[in-house]
Design a protein around this ligand. Structure first.
Ligand SMILES: *[C@@H]1O[C@H](CO)[C@@H](O)[C@H](O)[C@H]1NC(C)=O
Ligand SMILES: *[C@@H]1O[C@H](CO)[C@@H](O)[C@H](O)[C@H]1NC(C)=O
Ligand SMILES: *[C@@H]1O[C@H](CO)[C@@H](O)[C@H](O)[C@H]1NC(C)=O
Length: 315
């Protein structure tokens, strides 16, 4: 048995090296939990789930390049970037807002709302989104040959819009009459540009199912898109703990299990260390808690133990 009293004071070097070692170990342990998450699961407060993805290779290939999370979440179409207000995964709908669209309270220069063919097919405006073409010329196709494209919108009239909306009053004032308007569906806007339609402005209203007797001031302006989720067997991937994605070269479907392993259909047991963190953020906190609770005591224990060994070797 060595008598500690006879030992020289311990030089600081071994302790520093030891601390560095422990730190390195800690860092090494922390890194995988970050790099293993292959897909971001939210943008701001909006959850990003299948079929959507922010990074290329996440989500369904059909929805590739549609979302952009720069400052906020944006839905990108050929006519611009539209701010996403919400995504309802149960009802399979997404509400977007066109910042340059006219509404009851603001009049803005017209522009077209355009989508790609793929977007029109898999995430078109919903049935309960009504497009209102305003200040149309009397030569407009929707007042003549394509009159049938305009429908009765819960009994609402152009006069009502021109009368109760500050933004639209100007149409009425200039001519001292009511220029025609047209309540129509997305398909009309899809096949004819605003120039062909010969209307100077448009607005769009969502949740239009129960708007009988509700004035334009109380309508919700924006565009609701309704998406279809490709039936590609994503369920079995999710059940195995993976995230559905695709190969960015071939667009072949992939089940993303971790940054070290992808599978074609589902993750093999043991390959999904990362996915737990990704799907359930609370496990992250649990890990932090565990580390916080575990290390102060164990550090002290290990430090004491090692310093004893060091002491012995010095004596
Ligand atoms: C994302 O959307 C913003 C907002 O419109 C746009 O300014 C930006 O260029 C977009 N980023 C990419 C990578 O497309
Ligand atoms: C309404 O349409 C007419 C042409 O039909 C146009 O001259 C006028 O400027 C439009 N009003 C507004 C406020 O844009
Ligand atoms: C898994 O797939 C993703 C998305 O395509 C890709 O970024 C990643 O490199 C792949 N990982 C492996 C190990 O193949």
């Amino acid at each position: 048995m060595v008598d500690v009293q006879f030992c020289r004071p311990l030089p600081p070097a071994p302790f520093t090296i030891f601390k560095l070692l422990m730190l390195t170990l800690l860092v090494l342990q922390a890194i995988p939990t970050h790099t293993l998450s292959p897909c971001k699961t939210s943008c701001g407060s909006i959850p990003i789930n299948y079929p959507f993805g922010l990074e290329d290779g996440c989500g369904a290939p059909q929805f590739r390049h549609m979302l952009n999370c720069s400052t906020d979440l944006f839905f990108q179409t050929p006519s611009g970037s539209y701010k996403v207000q919400s995504i309802d995964y149960e009802k399979k709908s997404m509400v977007i807002y066109d910042p340059s669209m006219s509404t009851c309270s603001i009049l803005q220069p017209h522009h077209d709302f355009e989508m790609t063919d793929i977007q029109s097919a898999i995430i078109p405006p919903s049935q309960d989104t009504v497009f209102v073409l305003l200040n149309c010329s009397i030569d407009s196709p929707v007042l003549n040959h394509y009159k049938y494209l305009c429908f009765n919108f819960a009994g609402h009239t152009c006069d009502e819009l021109y009368g109760s909306c500050n933004a639209f009053r100007v149409f009425h004032l200039l001519t001292n009459s009511s220029p025609p308007c047209c309540f129509t569906s997305y398909n009309t806007v899809k096949f004819m540009s605003m120039n062909i339609l010969d209307c100077t402005h448009y607005t769009s209203v969502l949740n239009t199912e129960n708007l009988k007797g509700v004035g334009p001031l109380d309508w919700v302006y924006g565009i609701k898109l309704s998406f279809s989720v490709p039936d590609t067997g994503c369920e079995s991937c999710k059940k195995s703990g993976g995230t559905c994605g695709f190969d960015t070269d071939t667009e072949g479907l992939l089940c993303l299990c971790s940054s070290f392993a992808n599978a074609t259909r589902e993750c093999a047991a043991g390959s999904i260390i990362s996915k737990g963190y990704n799907n359930a953020p609370w496990t992250h906190y649990l890990l932090v808690l565990l580390v916080a609770a575990y290390f102060p005591t164990s550090w002290r224990l290990v430090l004491t133990e090692l310093s004893l060994i060091v002491f012995h070797s010095f004596c």
